[in-house]
Ligand binder design. Structure first.
Ligand code: HEC
Ligand code: HEC
Ligand code: HEC
Ligand code: HEC
Ligand code: HEC
Length: 505
């Protein structure tokens, strides 16, 4: 009996062991099945991340035609196409294909006068949606009546393959060659190569990975020059990081930038201040000292750059062009990490997926998705806040326009009485400074919204320089006509005391 007990115990414990082993085997099987499933899942996810989309057709560097990409990514293409549609806000939007955009020159007559002597005095209109960018350039009187270089196409067409071909495989070399060509010749080349499309998928996306990328040579060089400067750029952390490194290779946004930065850089490829440097007309973004209005001015001054001589006064003028990227850089949104795409390409739900709205347009048409994701107050209030900013900017801009006209009146009156341009040098230098600042805000397309305080600061300086210039012109005039003919000064009421202070040295 006593023997049996252990036997029984052994049998029992054997049974128990078997159960335990079976349980272990079973659970091991379950665990390994789970692990395998997880691994498979991870693997699939990774594959998805590599090839996140089912591709019906292959696209590559040469595929500039967006209708080919549309076969793989119909949702993005459908919204991209809608940039042709008419939209309206108080200061933004456009009439679509219905009508040529309004002449800025007619709306703000001071623009026409300050551009006298330059192609912008002939034809200068509101922008339209991306779908029109090539057509609007082809038909502007600035191109029809004046000789322009191939450099113009840098931001108005899907031109990189044409650069590559012209440079024998070297995009940068081709960029330099095509920029120097006559506009009509470069355009003919673009058409012949089959790339006469407005900004296309391949301009912002790597065709193999679909990752965002910057393709424009002018931008790649400009942002590298900015990185090489010592100007703080807290809103672009990858540049600050690159500066800490060994700097063996120059800053390259396609290698160094974060995805969130790329969501602004793709737009900064074109929505920037630029000029065509040298006889080869190299598209150059003047960011060597920083992105602020006076830093860009300092670069131009150092290069002794002048866009044109103002016809009426002879002042050496800098023309500003759509500095959206630069002004955004000075605003609270950039500082808070909010990108161009956050507002202008807000996510939309399509079925179970989130898609970036490729109908790039005024975010005020889309406040719900563009702003209310962060600002949880009613749409009407958001609109009202924007309107306050834009109205203030608009009114300050009109004042700056009047101040500039008053200074031009003073210079012209002096010239009529025989004061020479060299006697007006100081006054004309003020015109250059004042007009550059006014134009910087006027040519920017958000009516001050992208950086309200910075825009106001710039306009305040524009007004101050204009009034200083007016006083200087009056002084020069007075010197010529002698103290007796004080009538020639014809001071405009109110402004006179300020002039005295400004030039009393
Ligand atoms: C916080 C949101 C926000 C960010 C970020 C932002 N914008 Fe804007 N943008 C606006 C608003 C609001 C307007 C004014 C629209 C209007 O008046 O209808 C505007 C206007 C514009 C316009 C003129 C639109 C039109 O319909 O005329 C352009 C072009 C533009 N932005 C480009 C950019 C670029 C490029 C960037 C990045 C460098 C950028 N924006 C960043 C909100 C934003
Ligand atoms: C650095 C990029 C860039 C280059 C280079 C460039 N543009 Fe533009 N252009 C833009 C952007 C961005 C807009 C839209 C914003 C605006 O209209 O202010 C625009 C708007 C326009 C418009 C429509 C509004 C208007 O001004 O009447 C015309 C026309 C135009 N460009 C012609 C030209 C010509 C001609 C050249 C060559 C002298 C040129 N562009 C070079 C970026 C560029
Ligand atoms: C290849 C150059 C290029 C790139 C890249 C580009 N734009 Fe533009 N954008 C233009 C030009 C040129 C126009 C003016 C077209 C015209 O007037 O015919 C324009 C017009 C616009 C407008 C005015 C649309 C309207 O409804 O009035 C907005 C807003 C805008 N761009 C925002 C952006 C944003 C945001 C990005 C980045 C996601 C971007 N753009 C990228 C060149 C570019
Ligand atoms: C002016 C630049 C620009 C152009 C042109 C452009 N995209 Fe995009 N696209 C973006 C940005 C910005 C995103 C957001 C990417 C991110 O946050 O990673 C995006 C995202 C995407 C995505 C990822 C899914 C999503 O919706 O967020 C797809 C797919 C895509 N684009 C397809 C296209 C196709 C197809 C075209 C041409 C018809 C095109 N894109 C043209 C800027 C552009
Ligand atoms: C991704 C988040 C985000 C989005 C999208 C966004 N904002 Fe903002 N906004 C901010 C942050 C952050 C601030 C800084 C103030 C703060 O910290 O609350 C700010 C500040 C502002 C201010 C006050 C600052 C100033 O410049 O005077 C206004 C007005 C404003 N936003 C309007 C808008 C509008 C209009 C839109 C849509 C076109 C928009 N925002 C989209 C995050 C966002």
């Amino acid at each position: 009996m006593s023997d049996k007990l252990p036997d029984t115990d052994t049998a029992r414990s054997k049974k128990r062991q078997t159960v335990i082993i079976a349980a272990l085997v079973a659970s091991a099987a379950v665990v390994s099945a789970l692990v395998t499933a997880l691994l498979v899942n991870v693997f699939e996810r990774k594959q998805e991340a590599k090839q996140p989309y089912v591709r019906v057709v292959q696209v590559d560097e040469e595929t500039t035609d967006p209708t080919v990409w549309a076969k793989n990514w119909p949702q993005q293409y459908d919204s991209y196409k809608r940039t042709a549609e008419s939209t309206r806000t108080r200061f933004g939007g456009h009439g679509g294909s219905e009508a040529m955009p309004a002449q800025k020159l007619e709306r703000d007559p001071w623009l026409k006068r300050m551009f006298a002597g330059y192609a912008f005095a002939i034809d200068y209109r509101d922008r339209r949606g991306h779908a029109y960018m090539l057509a609007d350039q082809e038909q502007t009187e600035r191109v029809r009546q004046k000789p322009q270089p191939g450099a113009c196409l840098h931001c108005h067409a899907s031109i990189i393959p044409t650069y590559r071909k012209a440079g024998g495989g070297d995009v940068m070399k081709g960029f330099e060659l095509v920029s120097a060509m006559k506009y009509q010749d470069a355009h003919a080349q673009l058409v012949q190569d089959g790339h006469a499309h407005p900004v296309s998928c391949v301009d912002c996306h790597d065709p193999s990975s679909l990752a965002l990328r910057a393709t424009r040579p002018g931008f790649l060089r400009g942002i590298a020059a900015l990185a090489a400067s010592s100007e703080p750029v807290p809103h672009l952390p990858s540049i600050e990081r690159w500066r800490q490194g060994d700097k063996q290779t120059q800053y390259d946004p396609n290698v160094d930038a974060s995805r969130q930065e790329m969501r602004s850089f793709v737009c900064g490829q074109c929505h920037v201040e630029y000029h065509f440097a040298g006889e080869h007309k190299i598209v150059t973004y003047p960011w060597h000292n920083g992105l602020k209005v006076e830093q860009i001015e300092a670069h131009y001054d150092a290069e002794q750059w002048t866009d044109y001589k103002q016809a009426e006064t002879g002042a050496p003028i800098l023309k500003a062009q759509h500095p959206e990227f630069e002004l955004w850089s000075q605003g609270i949104h950039a500082r808070s990490g909010v990108s161009c795409a956050d507002c202008h390409m807000a996510y939309q739900r399509v079925g179970a997926t989130k898609v970036s709205d490729h109908w790039v347009r005024s975010p005020l048409l889309n406040i719900n998705r563009a702003c209310q994701t962060c600002h949880r107050y009613p749409e009407e209030e958001i609109k009202a806040r924007v309107d306050v900013i834009q109205t203030r900017n608009f009114e300050l801009m009109q004042r700056a326009g009047s101040a500039l006209m008053a200074m031009m009146d003073a210079s012209s009156a002096a010239k009529k009485d025989g004061v020479t341009e060299s006697e007006l040098t100081e006054a004309l230098a003020m015109q250059r400074k004042s007009q550059w600042r006014l134009d910087f805000v006027a040519a920017e397309n958000s009516m001050g919204f992208h950086a309200p305080q910075e825009a106001a600061r710039i306009l305040a300086e524009a007004i101050d320089y204009a009034r200083q210039g007016e006083a200087l012109a009056q002084r020069a005039h007075l010197k010529r006509s002698g103290a007796s003919s004080t009538a020639a000064v014809a001071p405009d009421a109110g402004a006179a005391p300020a002039h005295e202070g400004a030039v009393a040295k």
